[in-house]
Design a protein around this ligand. Structure first.
Ligand SMILES: Nc1ncnc2c1ncn2[C@@H]1O[C@H](COP(=O)(O)OP(=O)(O)O)[C@@H](O)[C@H]1O
Ligand SMILES: [Mg+2]
Length: 143
């Protein structure tokens, strides 16, 4: 499978003022190339939640968007730590370690990872103290 469109975005730790911008840009790119509205919606939800997680929980990182020649879309979120000690716990609906600052801004419901998993066609997460990598894939289809 070959990559036909690649974009990358940087995420800064605690950069609340830009939180959500990457998912808007990803959505715009994919809209332009004709991705189905319902697929777009799933991707925007997943991208938003994963992007926010980098802002509020990580020391910063990168988001990569790849459109493949079979029409599938891959999103990769890579941060530089501190990692997730217990992935099973992190994936439990309602579990959150969000700071008071993040909670006061309306984040920290503990539904990000469960919702990302629900709307994605492919979900893979690995984590260590050196960082977390979340790989998502989406099949564009008429839903
Ligand atoms: N990139 C990340 N780096 C470190 N911890 C993370 C990351 N993403 C998620 N987590 C951990 O997983 C928990 C659950 O994430 P999520 O379901 O998105 O809920 P929320 O962001 O509302 O806390 C977070 O509270 C945090 O402890
Ligand atoms: Mg979250």
């Amino acid at each position: 499978m070959a990559v036909i469109l690649h974009e990358e975005f940087k995420v800064e730790r605690n950069d609340y003022s830009n939180a959500g911008k990457i998912s808007s840009r990803v959505k715009d790119f994919l809209k332009q190339i004709g991705v189905n509205p319902k697929t777009l919606r799933r991707i925007a939800v997943a991208c938003y939640e994963a992007e926010i997680n980098l802002v509020i929980h990580s020391d910063g990182g990168m988001v990569y968007m790849d459109v493949m020649d079979d029409g599938s879309i891959q999103l990769t979120f890579e941060d530089v730590g501190p990692g997730i000690p217990d992935l099973e716990k992190a994936l439990t609906p309602g579990f959150s370690t969000a700071s008071n600052e993040a909670r006061n801004l309306g984040f920290g419901a503990g539904m990000g990872l469960p919702n990302i998993k629900r709307v994605s066609d492919g979900f893979d997460i690995t984590s260590s103290p050196e960082g977390t990598t979340l790989k998502l894939s989406f099949t564009d289809r008429n839903e």
